[in-house]
Design a protein around this ligand. Structure first.
Ligand code: 13P
Ligand code: SF4
Length: 330
């Protein structure tokens, strides 16, 4: 077994695993023994989604983390998601299969710089997208996700001045949808900014009946092409409910697993990116593997910790989001 220090340096346990082991059965056994729950984001690899107790978007995952009665939460997602679970359930052990599963969007908003930015707008309310560090949440008034950002802004008085961070694309989309003038932090997600408008347009010419589905973290030039814009859960529901048979999907590739499982008769085409490797994978999300998930549950490491003084402040804007969402039936 790796030591705590070794895991902290590498981000994950690198023990040798018996290749004949049925990891699905072992994880299931450990889960029962330890009263653990596995929460997975749609961007996780297919095997992880298949073993999870709950798969969802960021809002659904936060709601699950707030209400679970498990002793251990294994968060198959990225660091800010596990932090959010810890903030909502501070007495539970929160495990992340790979401690280095970060997020380019969260990294694009260092809290010490955001604090200075915020000081320039003392009469503004701060809404932050959940894809940010716990420290940033502690500087916020309300947290939101891609599935409730529009409704949260609309729940505030029309003359309320608002700073929105860290995602400039989601912020610009929310500003357009609500007609509000938001002050935006200039952050972005490396995966959602990679799609090529030119290549998507050409693809659409070859598949004229395909619906284009996009996540609001994409740039405006991509969102302009979309038939539907929404969170991962929204995209999945739209594809399931639509009579269309073909879809061009402009978000991280992990979502395709569930889309294909739920709709075996439909065709899902990943939107082409500008990068040369031609993939829409989030390198952070994809650091987690079934093997790392098994080892983290077995060793109960790596564990995500959030300092008590940060939890005290960060829980308020998250709870505010959950309250508004519950009131709106989201
Ligand atoms: P949602 O699943 O909430 O749409 O979030 C997308 C995302 O980029 C998570 O990292
Ligand atoms: Fe962060 Fe983008 Fe990866 Fe989501 S897809 S975890 S926003 S880098």
């Amino acid at each position: 077994m790796n030591t705590f220090e070794e895991i902290n340096v590498k981000g994950f346990a690198d023990e040798y695993i018996d290749p004949t082991l049925d990891l699905f059965a072992e994880i299931d056994k450990l889960k029962k023994e330890k009263n653990a729950v596995i929460l997975a984001h749609y961007y996780q690899e297919g095997d992880i989604q298949d073993i999870a107790d709950y798969i969802g978007d960021s809002l659904g995952l936060s709601q699950q983390a707030a209400k679970t009665d498990a002793d251990i939460i294994v968060f198959a997602g990225v660091h800010f998601m596990a932090e959010t679970a810890k903030i909502l359930s501070p007495d539970k052990k929160v495990l992340l299969p790979d401690l280095k599963a970060g997020c380019s969007l969260a990294d694009s908003c260092p809290p010490h710089l955001f604090r200075k930015f915020k000081e320039q707008y003392p009469d503004h309310l701060v809404i932050t997208y959940v894809n940010c560090t716990a420290e940033l949440k502690a500087l916020s008034d309300i947290v939101c996700t891609s599935s409730n950002a529009v409704q949260i802004v609309e729940s505030l008085p029309k003359d309320q001045k608002i700073i929105f961070g860290p995602d400039r694309n989601l912020g610009a989309w929310v500003a357009k949808k609500t007609g509000r003038d938001l002050v935006l932090w200039n952050g972005a997600c490396m995966v959602h900014e990679i799609f090529s408008r030119e290549k998507i347009t050409k693809l659409k010419e070859r598949h004229p009946d395909a619906k284009i589905l996009a996540h609001p973290e994409c740039e405006e030039v991509i969102l302009e092409l979309a038939d539907y814009i929404g969170s991962t859960t929204g995209i999945l529901k739209y594809a399931t409910n639509s009579p269309a048979k073909e879809f061009i999907v402009a978000t991280e590739s992990g979502i395709m697993h569930q889309m294909e499982k739920d709709n075996p008769d439909k065709v899902f085409i990943p939107a082409p990116p500008n990068n040369l490797c031609a993939c829409n994978d989030c390198p952070h999300m994809k650091r987690n593997t079934l093997e790392k998930l098994y080892l983290c549950l077995k060793n109960e490491m790596p564990e995500v910790e959030v300092p008590a003084h940060i939890i005290k402040e960060a829980v308020k804007p998250i709870e505010r989001m959950l309250e508004i969402s519950a009131k709106l039936g989201l």
